[in-house]
Write a protein that binds this ligand. Structure first.
Ligand SMILES: Cc1cc2nc3c(=O)[nH]c(=O)nc-3n(C[C@H](O)[C@H](O)[C@H](O)COP(=O)(O)OP(=O)(O)OC[C@H]3O[C@@H](n4cnc5c(N)ncnc54)[C@H](O)[C@@H]3O)c2cc1C
Length: 428
């Protein structure tokens, strides 16, 4: 795995269409802060912004660029849910059901509020459809629909049969869909850079190209980089699948898996009307999901195929294109302009991993593929914990996580084997 290489953004459609450029300095000498956040993806930036809004002095130290990791490369699907919530409910009891329901949607609220409040231009659109590829998956859509009914969901939602799904998505592959207009899609790199800019306007200082090499623990921990250090009351580790810090406490708990995307050339109006006239985010119901949507310039952004073993595909395009063409044979002659990948952090029990080392070094990581929603919720929960409200943080910090013995490579192979079972199940 390549880490801490002081890299520029990967050559994605997102990097090619960035709205606000950001160029923060390298960390040099000693810097003091209330809180030092390591990593400037959504987890780090959302935590920092919540803390800055509460009046804390915050420093973010990023190895590469703001949004360089999964946060600036993802499908841009803003979808409700945090993986593993059913297990959290089993452990803590039905008494927390309402808190978990609120949490499931909370990230959407945070994103909408911030986009509005800070004027972030990230093409935020409402509308997401969860599709079924097989009749047995329709039961899940029905259950979700009943759940929305039960909670008097305040935003529009509809259950589509096969014909309606075909009419709205122009594909014979789907047998049904559940659409809601609170989820949606956005340009994730522009959101991340915009939130970082908002945090800076509230006094946060950001350092890029400054990989953190270690932490000296104590009553005021010291966060070390090659040319400087930050001394803070509290540290938040937000490097997710890309960091290897604090191995004694955190090694072999979160496993990096590759996820990949392609972007086509801009589609004609006719094609857009045929395959996604409502401009929805689309994701299937498999365990290893495929997802797609249109970009603001009407390209098809198609992603899927996780690689759990840690091996990169020889060609991302060769790996993803056949999947897109299976759903949309009508796109077979379309040119592919961009291909890229990134790392998601898989946790064996799929519950986000929150906790503390020596009481003042927090970590917040491992969303197992979920992300835009989950990172914003967990960032808020972590910021609340730092400011003294531990209840929600403790719901997650109290969960047991499996530490797979041996090297990280061995762990990845075990995860890959486990996921093979789900891949076969998806195929049946
Ligand atoms: C291709 C792809 C598609 C996806 N699609 C979706 C989607 O459509 N919807 C969705 O909700 N989720 C999606 N996800 C998941 C989602 O993007 C992630 O869960 C989320 O972005 C994780 O955010 P993060 O801030 O925790 O980690 P990251 O965004 O990976 O950020 C971690 C940051 O920490 C930095 N870092 C690491 N080590 C150090 C160090 N030692 N010192 C300083 N900095 C360090 C890295 O450089 C990086 O910038 C997708 C992921 C991928 C890869």
């Amino acid at each position: 795995m390549q880490i801490n290489q002081k890299q520029e953004h990967t050559r994605s459609w997102y990097a090619a269409t960035v709205k606000e450029t950001a160029d923060y300095p390298v960390l040099e000498g000693e810097v003091l802060a209330d809180v030092c956040v390591v990593g400037a993806g959504f987890t780090g930036v959302a935590t920092a912004l919540t803390l800055a809004e509460k009046g804390y002095s915050v420093v973010i130290v990023e190895a590469n660029r703001v949004g360089w990791g999964a946060s600036g490369r993802n499908g841009g699907q803003l979808i409700n849910g945090i993986s593993g919530l059913a297990k959290v409910r089993r452990k803590h009891g039905d008494g927390i059901a309402d808190i978990l329901w609120e949490m499931k949607w909370r990230g959407n609220d945070i994103v909408h509020d911030r986009v509005r409040k800070y004027g972030i231009d990230c093409d935020l659109k409402n509308g997401f459809v969860l599709t079924a590829l097989k009749p047995r998956q329709l039961t899940w859509l029905d259950e979700e629909y009943e759940d929305l009914d039960k909670h008097d969901f305040p935003h529009p939602y509809e259950r589509w049969d096969r014909q309606q799904t075909r009419d709205k998505l122009g594909s014979d592959a789907y047998v049904g869909g559940l659409v809601n207009y609170r989820d949606g899609h956005l340009h994730p790199l522009n959101l991340c850079i915009g939130e970082a800019r908002a945090a800076c306007a509230l006094g946060t200082r950001i350092f890029e190209q400054s990989p953190v090499t270690g932490i000296e623990h104590g009553s005021r921990p010291k966060v070390l980089t090659a040319r400087g250090h930050v001394v803070a009351d509290t540290v938040v580790l937000a490097g997710n699948a890309y960091h290897l810090l604090e191995p004694k406490h955190l090694s072999n708990l979160v496993f990096p898996a590759g996820s990949y995307m392609i972007a086509t050339e801009p589609l004609s109006d006719e094609k857009v009307q045929e395959i996604n006239p409502l401009d929805l985010a689309v994701c299937d119901s498999n365990v290893i999901v495929d997802y797609h949507r249109l970009s603001s310039d009407k390209r098809m952004l198609y992603g899927g195929r996780c690689n759990y073993s840690g091996r990169e595909p020889a060609s991302i395009k060769a790996s993803i294109l056949p999947r897109m063409q299976k759903i949309y044979p009508q796109l077979k002659d379309i040119r592919i302009d961009f291909e890229w990948g990134g790392k998601i952090g898989i946790v064996p029990n799929r519950i986000p991993m929150l906790g503390r080392i020596n009481n003042n070094v927090y970590y917040c990581q491992g969303y197992s593929g979920h992300g835009i929603n989950a990172t914003h919720v967990m960032g808020e929960i972590t910021a609340d914990a730092i400011s003294g409200s531990m209840e929600k943080f403790d719901l997650f910090a109290g969960m047991n996580h499996l530490r797979i013995p041996g090297s990280q490579w061995v762990g990845n192979q075990i995860i890959a084997l486990g996921m093979l079972y789900f891949r076969l199940k998806d195929l049946l």
